[in-house]
Design a protein around this ligand. Structure first.
Ligand SMILES: [Zn+2]
Length: 284
């Protein structure tokens, strides 16, 4: 009896922690996203249509520098067979941790604008639903991957968008910029800046911190870093199709600033979602 107890004690004190440790490390290795005090840097590159030399150049910079990025696709405008097969190929390229180097995500079906009306602003529920559906179908049928993230064209949405997005359980991340976009999103979407994210929470809303259209300067990012470093994540919206050589130089500076000088850890939007769900909890 005593021997039995002793061996039980040995198991609980020595063996069990070893097993738990092994399991925990296997899980975190699988996702390879370990907790870090550095802010997570998320690149939101908008408006991919058919591939162009600029897009190819941007993707090459991301791959060569071993970072990762999210690219928003306008489904209707990505129509050439050459572009589709190229994107399919790129979508399969993995980081060392097995996440995609480039996460392609749903940036609307046609990116339309008619006066103040845009694809997800001033349009009704059925219209928005059909446009989300067409894009999600395009990802599966043509790009052979699933879009887990969404960002509206022009960052313009209404309360209908929230209701329409809820119909798509595959879409787990909503990136937005304008305050009213966020106000229209109800409690269904969790803001990691305000709420603890739990393993069963299916939906996340992320704020764009920096919105650069064409050129961008590193000055503002450097100047703000003392405040930015307190953030859990920094979401940077860019438009590589509009870039010139100087913008590409600035992008390399951005990579050096965050990655090489260890001020941030790059993740794609859905990778960040996965990362939050592997942590036990976040501070409120
Ligand atoms: Zn756009």
């Amino acid at each position: 009896m005593k021997e039995n107890l002793r061996s039980m004690h040995f198991i609980s004190l020595i063996v069990l922690p070893l097993i738990l440790n092994f399991l925990f490390n296997s899980c975190s290795d699988e996702l390879s996203v370990k907790y870090s005090n550095l802010p997570v840097i998320i690149i939101k590159a908008d408006d991919l249509m058919d591939t162009t030399p600029n897009w190819n150049r941007f993707i090459k910079v991301v791959i060569d520098n071993q970072i990762c990025a999210g690219i928003g696709v306008i489904s209707k405008q990505l129509s050439s067979n050459k572009s589709i097969s190229e994107i399919r190929r790129i979508a399969k390229i993995k980081q060392n941790n097995n996440f995609s180097v480039i996460e392609f995500w749903n940036h609307g079906y046609d990116h339309s604008k008619n006066g103040i009306e845009t694809e997800f602003y001033g349009t009704d529920f059925e219209y928005q639903l059909s446009h989300i559906q067409k894009s999600q179908d395009f990802f599966i049928d043509s790009l052979q991957c699933i879009s887990h993230s969404f960002g509206a064209p022009f960052n313009k949405t209404n309360s209908t968008t929230d209701s329409a997005l809820k119909r798509y359980p595959d879409i787990n991340v909503w990136m937005c910029y304008q305050k009213n976009e966020k106000e229209n999103a109800n409690k269904y979407w969790k803001d990691p800046k305000k709420k603890a994210i739990h393993s069963l929470d299916r939906n996340l809303i992320l704020d764009v911190d920096y919105l650069f259209l064409k050129d961008f300067s590193m000055d503002v990012i450097k100047k703000n870093f003392n405040e930015d470093k307190k953030k859990q994540y920094i979401l940077i919206q860019i438009h590589p199709q509009l870039w010139d050589n100087k913008s590409f130089d600035n992008f390399r500076k951005l990579i050096r600033f965050y990655k090489d000088q260890k001020r941030g850890v790059f993740m794609t939007p859905y990778q960040y979602y996965q990362f939050l769900h592997t942590k036990k909890s976040n501070p409120d």
